[in-house]
Design a binder for this molecule. Structure first.
Ligand code: ASP
Length: 309
């Protein structure tokens, strides 16, 4: 039986310590711990990595604290457009959705695309038709309303700027969520879900739903979920780059993940981080920002929930 492990993130960024009250910090830590426990318990019971990462991400999507599902940011049009992707490392099967609205758990829709369609990536109206045909309910916009996110959007909605979750002037962070896991059979999987950027328009899509950029899994190398400035993560093909460094250069998980986040993505101007796991249950969680909401738990006894460096 393999070492089981799961890692989760709730976004990276400039998490200004002074702006975090102890109540807020406790709420974030509890939400991370809850998602971690849900995923880990499933793995302990023998569930697959794909089911564990889905359910950990569902838990993160259901809290308004992170920019995914319920907590998704506002678009320029005052709506919520969400992106998600999921991949399993044994058969390299993947599913992804983009520009979807009203879906409570985008990660489950991405999984359904993987399981029930012959496609990998569905977007916009077509993805919504697929959701309805597959029995997904549609939430009212009020489900996604959050006063804080609304104020973030109000500050910039009449400008051409868009921003990653929190304003630069304030606490600038990327609130995308993700999970990676290694199950008892040594199969690995990755899941990522996001509301994207506040005030985004023109059908902007980031790295999160793009297989290879924000999310990737391959049993021979690693499972990766990213968070950060999506445009740079797309151009750096970050998640697949970690896998390539392991496959073609023989780097360890930790070496490959650090090389990409601390060197290669920084060189092209990208900031953020990632979580990664390999089929032996090793975990890496590098980030080049001030903090990253993160946690991991492994059957070798290691357990961490952390926000800052
Ligand atoms: N990577 C996400 C995007 O660009 C943002 C995030 O990580 O929060 O859409």
């Amino acid at each position: 039986m393999s070492t089981i492990s799961i890692a989760i993130h709730g976004g990276a960024g400039t998490l200004i310590k002074g702006q975090m009250t102890s109540e807020k910090e406790t709420a974030y830590r509890n939400a991370l711990q809850n998602a971690l426990d849900i995923g880990y318990k499933l793995l302990e019971k023998g569930a697959s990595a794909i089911d564990a990462v889905e359910q950990a991400v569902v838990a993160l999507e259901n809290t308004p604290l992170f920019n995914a599902g319920k907590g998704s940011v506002f678009t320029n049009a005052g709506t919520h457009e969400m992106d998600a992707s999921i991949m399993e490392g044994k058969g390299l099967k993947a599913g992804a959705v983009s520009l979807i609205t009203g879906i409570k758990n985008p990660i489950s829709l991405a999984k359904q695309v993987m399981l029930k369609s012959e496609h990998v990536f569905l977007a916009g109206d077509g993805a919504m038709r697929f959701a309805k045909e597959n029995g997904f309910g549609i939430e009212k916009p009020t489900y996604f309303y959050d006063q804080f996110r609304y104020e973030q959007w109000q500050e910039i909605k009449d400008s051409d700027s868009f921003q990653l979750d929190h304003s630069d002037k304030k606490d600038s962070k990327f609130g995308t969520v993700g999970a990676v896991a290694c199950d008892q059979s040594g199969n690995i999987a990755a899941a990522t879900s996001t509301g994207g950027m506040t005030n985004k328009k023109w059908g902007r899509v980031g790295d999160s739903p793009m297989i290879g950029a924000g999310n990737y899994a391959n049993n021979h190398t690693c499972a990766v979920s990213c968070t950060g400035s999506g445009e740079f993560f797309i151009r750096g093909v970050v998640a697949y780059d970690v896998s390539c460094l392991m496959e073609y250069k023989g780097l360890s998980l930790q070496q490959a993940a650090e090389e990409v986040i601390m060197n290669r993505i920084l060189k092209i101007g990208g900031d953020g981080g990632l979580i990664a796991v390999d089929a032996k249950g090793n975990v890496a969680m590098p980030f080049n920002t001030e903090g990253m909401y993160r946690g991991f738990k492994s059957s070798n006894g290691d357990e961490v929930v952390a926000i800052y460096r």
